[in-house]
Write a protein that binds this ligand. Sequence first.
Ligand SMILES: [Zn+2]
Length: 65
Amino acid sequence: MEMQNRPQRQMHDVSAMNITCTECGTQIKELPFEPNKRQDGTYGRLYCYDCNKKRRPAFRGGFGR
Ligand SMILES: [Zn+2]
């Protein structure tokens, strides 16, 4: 799989699903992917935009652009 720049990330509106961030408990209104409900009725661990950003290590050195 090649890493390519995605032109635009499609956000899924999940505000009606009452999903909260595993980390801070904030209600998540949008996700870059469609969450799948598991057998136990939860969506697994999901993080809000801010926590997602915090969890991902920032790229240092900057390859490419
Ligand atoms: Zn959060």
